[in-house]
Design a protein around this ligand. Structure first.
Ligand code: NAD
Length: 502
């Protein structure tokens, strides 16, 4: 069977109780390759009864999984990671055909997923609580880290394997069952990716229900879904946080960014311009931590723009299965949204220094040019809303203080990057630059062992690192008296000499 036939074959399937099966639902939507606009398959709007069946199966599986030893859970997770690695080419091709990113970036996602799964396999067995100095002699005080139970993991389209690994692996390592709801744009990749999980784990421990927001909503509202991990846009994140709040259901909310990128004169300009091009245009700018607002010192502004433009010109745009650095945007409506943002910036006075339109060589596919905007002012809309596309709007600043002040003037607080060789500026950035992640001369890098997440409207909670494992565990405080003694120091009867003296 060719890869295209295999991809097509995944259409209308869901992972339910250990089996990849066609959904009973009659509702479905087309899956379109964004580079060719060809319909490559379809996805089912999972039926409500199937969502209920998935939750019931997950509860049963979670009990079995939690009864296993932590070492056995770790070994199983390593087996899954090995199998995923052996499927790298299939997974990468599926993702590129479905979502558009260059094949190399799709293949990298498999590596990043595997490394996160291995990390959580290991730290999941590291400790399950801590022993606390007893408050009463001879007693045992400790915490016991328990899984939440059934976790719904609702995903966006831009990093379907990596983000599901960050959440799913941490959730599994903590002893939970996972029901994934992928984005409508990356369903096939997620269904393929779930294969090794279903091969190695108890039936029902890792399921995938497909469809749009309505299927996600059913999971969030379901009384037997004990926790929700969401990554996506602010409006959806707010809705989910509200629903979870009403039910006191724990939630991890990872939402949008509008990340600042500051360039100071002490930084090597070639490196900062190259880093800027990568940060703004990787994955066609569809990264939550893409560089979206540039504040560049006036001394170097013109040379920086020149150098950034040189790098942007070298970016090859085209089908992700060919030799390119940038694929199409994920969907026609995403391209229209992005083009609206660039048009508005121009209306507000921005000058197009590079790009600004669609590449002329394609008459199909949702391609756009990498775009650089100059003459920008910090009050423009583009400096206050996520663009989630390949655009680098540049604002000239007179010094570091001005850059810092504009950078922090945002409702978002996900990542931030500073290029500088001045140690004082680095130290101030650590202290004063808003954001869950601050990169100094090293944009976009993640470390499985370090936490990832936002502040302000960019979300609540953390994934990755030991913090990311904690997200998926609840803490029970334990108090044990192994000797079963009396506690006369505070039990009845009360001593008369301790009553109200009058
Ligand atoms: P989106 O909010 O449109 O969709 C995300 C997921 O939520 C999808 O699976 C969707 O079907 C589901 N959904 C929609 N309505 C729902 C509802 N009412 N209840 C439950 N689920 C619902 O986001 P998107 O366009 O797929 O992703 C892009 C966004 O994700 C960007 O804003 C980006 O910044 C953000 N993102 C954030 C991070 C992070 O870690 N902070 C990482 C990647 C992407």
């Amino acid at each position: 069977m060719s890869m295209l036939e295999r991809i097509n074959d995944l259409g209308h399937t869901i992972w339910l109780n250990g089996e990849l099966k066609k959904s009973q639902s009659t509702e479905q939507r087309d899956i379109i390759d964004p580079a060719t606009e060809n319909v490559i398959s379809n996805l089912a709007e999972t039926a409500e009864t199937e969502v209920n069946d998935a939750v019931a199966a997950a509860s049963v599986a979670q009990n079995l999984w939690w009864k296993k030893s932590a070492l056995e859970r770790a070994e199983t997770m390593h087996d899954i990671a090995n199998d995923l690695l052996s499927m790298k080419e299939q997974l990468a091709e599926t993702l590129t055909r479905e979502m558009g990113k260059p094949y190399k970036e799709s293949a990298d996602e498999v590596d990043w997923s595997v490394s996160a799964i291995r990390y959580y396999a290991e730290i999941g067995r590291n400790d399950m609580g801590r022993v606390i100095g007893p408050a009463v002699e001879g007693h045992l005080n400790y915490t016991y880290k328990l899984p939440h139970g059934v976790v719904a993991s609702i995903q966006p389209f831009n990093y379907p394997m990596t983000l599901l690994s960050w959440e799913g692996a941490a959730a599994l390592a903590a002893g939970n069952a996972v029901i994934a709801k992928p984005s409508e744009y990356t369903t096939l990749t997620t269904l393929l990716y779930a294969g090794p999980f279903n091969k190695h784990l108890p039936a029902g421990l890792f399921q995938v229900v497909t469809g749009g927001g309505n299927v996600g909503r059913q999971l969030v509202e379901h009384p037997n879904v004990n926790m929700v991990a969401f990554t996506g846009s602010v409006p959806t994140g707010k809705m989910i946080a509200r629903t979870c709040g009403e039910r006191m259901k724990p939630s991890l909310i990872e939402t949008s960014g509008n990340d600042p990128f500051l360039v100071m004169p002490s930084a090597p300009l070639d490196v900062s311009a190259r880093g800027a091009a990568f940060s703004a245009f990787m994955n066609c700018g569809q990264i939550c931590v893409s560089a979206e607002r540039f504040y560049v010192h006036e001394e170097i502004h013109d040379t920086f723009v020149e150098k950034l433009t040189e790098h942007a010109k070298k970016i090859r745009v085209g089908n992700g299965l060919t030799k390119v650095e940038m694929g199409p945007m994920v969907a026609e409506k995403e391209r229209a949204r992005f083009e609206g943002i660039v048009a508005r910036a121009r209306e507000q006075g921005a000058t197009v220094a590079h790009g600004g339109g669609r590449p002329s060589e394609f008459n199909r596919g949702w391609f756009v040019e990498p775009t650089i905007l100059t003459d920008c002012t910090p009050d423009m809309d583009i400096f206050h809303n996520e663009s989630f596309g390949p655009v680098a709007p540049i604002c000239k600043v007179k010094d570091f203080d001005e850059a810092l002040s504009h950078a922090n003037n945002s409702k978002y607080g996900l990542g931030a990057c500073l290029y500088t060789m001045d140690m004082k500026e680095s130290a101030r950035a650590a202290e004063e630059l808003d954001g869950g992640m601050v990169w100094i001369n090293a944009p976009l890098l993640d470390n499985d062992a370090g936490p990832f997440g936002g502040t302000k409207m960019s979300g609540m909670g953390r994934q990755l690192g030991s913090e990311g494992l904690e997200t998926f565990r609840k803490t029970k405080f334990m108090w044990v008296d192994p000797f079963c003694g009396t506690q006369d120091f505070w039990w009845f009867p009360y001593a008369d000499n301790e009553s109200y003296p009058g």
